[in-house]
Design a protein around this ligand. Structure first.
Ligand code: HEM
Ligand SMILES: *[C@@H]1O[C@H](CO)[C@@H](O)[C@H](O)[C@H]1NC(C)=O
Ligand SMILES: *[C@@H]1O[C@H](CO)[C@@H](O)[C@H](O)[C@H]1NC(C)=O
Length: 513
């Protein structure tokens, strides 16, 4: 019991029960159906159980209520949380403005970024705009660098030689590749290949996620204290300043000397940030923190998505050859370019399908009701001020109303849909517009890996470019198989988050035919 954490958890349990009791009796939400028990102790048990079986509980709520439409609530340790289902309400949630349903406040509830990264990042998220605009616009121009880094990173990180199978843990391996490829565009050469710099970014990401998830279990007034006990962000921040600081300093001083458009200015994320950054934000520590937190948003999500895709590929090996053929054909005609990726319809479909079945968890689009009068959905449900809501993404993706045989991995389902739309094009020119709706980058009320609406992930254009180019490279250069034939390493579940197995392995060798 010397460990202060135990004391914290003990005190917490008592406070929790008291807070919970108060929160349970909120007459304003009486009409919103409950999933699970409604008595005091039994709900408290459910709330504890939520940590272990949240995805099952949310699925049950989705199945039981309103024919997959509407809002239900689940008991958490300190409050009710509200789960939104059905296309109409998801659309309303995605369209609500920040001063009504707050994205920023919602993020703080599930991952207290103010505490684990820093207040400036959440209070002034100007880099989101940079990602949405300059970054996305430059994907064509930067593609040769992305491609070059993918080739080098696969060689260096996988170290697969000759005809022998080599077994590698997928998540750490792909995290190393993604970190390198992303940083080629974030900060450029040579830093994007510096092992200390890369490891530090990965470490920062893991620290933020791990400590953030733990801190989020506590009520708001307790969190700063817990944050002190368990975060190590200061260490990785100091390392980042040491390694990245000189590069930033150099850019700032060149701008001071020669103005914002100095000759040979690199076309990378640091330069794009400097086009918008103002005042305090134009300092080394502030810019380092921006880059670190962009690494955080990019690396974890993209490497998890790619890991899932590889687990899917080795459990459904019949998809390897058709994708290999597609990539070879496209590259023969168009070369390796961003535009060529658009023609890789099967690769795109495969990744989209993998994301459909394995998005990051049971929920997405966390929003806090910040309007004093609450938020009213068109079905009459009113969420009170201060409520936390989210969308039942996994249940939506597994709904028969949305997808044929929804639990089946059908790697080319979206490619087929696109082909059908193309075939109908002659008869109905308007139908051709629909083909864009089934690409990896397209969000929809029934396809939520990137959220949908106002805050849909601005990094998804880069993520799709990067992951498609990685998968295309992999299928034409490597053979790949499951460590144990037919076995997909089981997912890791924490609360309502679902991640690919962190130690799951697959086997690679250089392509044989
Ligand atoms: C497969 C990879 C990725 C997935 C699955 C993913 C998923 C998401 C999701 C679910 C959201 C929240 C949407 C919402 O609440 O409505 C989000 C937001 C965000 N993502 Fe991504 N993301 C990925 C890659 C990236 C990359 C590569 C970057 C940066 C280059 C990025 C930057 C961001 C940012 C800045 C936000 C906040 C958006 C805002 O405030 O409006 N993401 N992402
Ligand atoms: C990474 O960069 C730092 C600072 O430039 C340098 O001191 C260090 O030797 C580099 N490390 C590697 C592994 O290249
Ligand atoms: C981290 O650094 C900040 C100041 O930059 C300080 O206030 C905080 O206490 C430090 N946290 C830890 C855990 O050392």
């Amino acid at each position: 019991m010397d460990d202060p954490k135990f004391l914290v958890y003990g005190v917490l349990a008592v406070i929790a029960l008291a807070t919970f009791r108060k929160a349970l009796r909120d007459p304003k939400v009486d009409t919103i159906p409950i999933v699970g028990s409604s008595g005091l102790l039994s709900s408290y048990r459910d709330a504890l159980g939520f940590l272990a079986n949240a995805p099952t509980l949310i699925q049950r709520g989705y199945d039981e209520h309103h024919g997959h439409q509407g809002v239900f609530r689940v008991a958490r340790l300190f409050r009710w949380e509200y789960v939104v289902c059905g296309p109409k309400l998801v659309k309303e949630a995605g369209a609500a403005p920040e001063h009504v349903l707050s994205f920023r406040a919602g993020v703080q509830e599930v991952l207290p970024l103010r505490l684990v990264i820093g207040a400036a990042i959440s209070d002034n998220p100007y880099h989101h705009h940079t990602i949405r605009t300059s970054f996305t616009r430059n994907l064509h121009a930067c593609f040769p660098e992305v491609r070059d880094e993918i080739i080098c990173a696969f060689n260096d990180v996988l170290q697969v030689q000759g005809s022998d199978w080599k077994t590698l843990p997928v998540l750490p391996t792909m995290m190393a590749v993604v970190a390198r490829v992303s940083n080629r565009i974030f900060v450029g050469l040579p830093l994007c290949r510096n092992k200390t710099y890369l490891q530090n970014n990965v470490q920062f990401t893991l620290d933020v996620v791990r400590s953030g998830q733990r801190i989020a279990l506590f009520p708001a007034f307790f969190r700063p204290l817990v944050a002190r006990l368990i975060t190590s962000k200061n260490k990785s921040f100091a390392t980042a300043v040491k390694l990245l600081g000189p590069t930033i300093e150099d850019r700032l001083s060149k701008e001071r000397e020669m103005g914002p458009d100095w000759p040979e200015k690199p076309n990378d994320f640091v330069s794009w940030l400097l086009e918008t950054a103002e005042g305090e934000e134009r300092t080394v520590p502030a810019l380092v923190l921006r880059i670190l937190s962009t690494n955080f948003a990019a690396i974890h999500t993209s490497s998890m998505a790619f890991t899932h895709a590889l687990f899917d590929l080795v459990t459904h090996p019949e998809y390897l050859r058709p994708m290999r053929q597609e990539v070879e054909l496209v590259v023969k005609e168009e070369g390796w370019s961003k535009a060529a990726l658009n023609s890789m319809v099967k690769v795109d479909s495969f990744l989209r399908e993998s994301q459909r079945l394995n998005n990051g968890g049971a929920s997405v689009m966390h929003r806090k009701v910040v309007a004093k009068e609450g938020f009213r959905f068109s079905d009459g449900t009113i969420l009170p001020h201060g409520a936390l809501m989210y969308v039942a993404s996994r249940a939506t993706h597994y709904d028969e109303a949305n997808f044929d045989q929804p639990t089946k991995f059908d790697g080319f389902r979206f490619a087929q849909e696109r082909a059908e739309h193309m075939a109908n094009h002659d008869r109905d020119p308007l139908a051709s517009q629909d083909i864009f709706k089934r690409q990896m980058i397209s969000t929809a009320v029934d396809h939520l890996p990137f959220g949908t609406g106002k805050h849909a992930c601005p990094g998804r254009f880069f993520a799709a470019t990067e992951l498609k180019a990685m998968l295309a490279h992999l299928v034409v250069n490597y053979d790949i198989k499951a460590e144990v034939e037919g076995v997909r390493p089981p997912d890791a579940v924490f609360g309502d988050r679902i991640a690919p197995n962190p130690t799951g392995k697959v086997c690679f060798r250089k392509r044989m035919d």
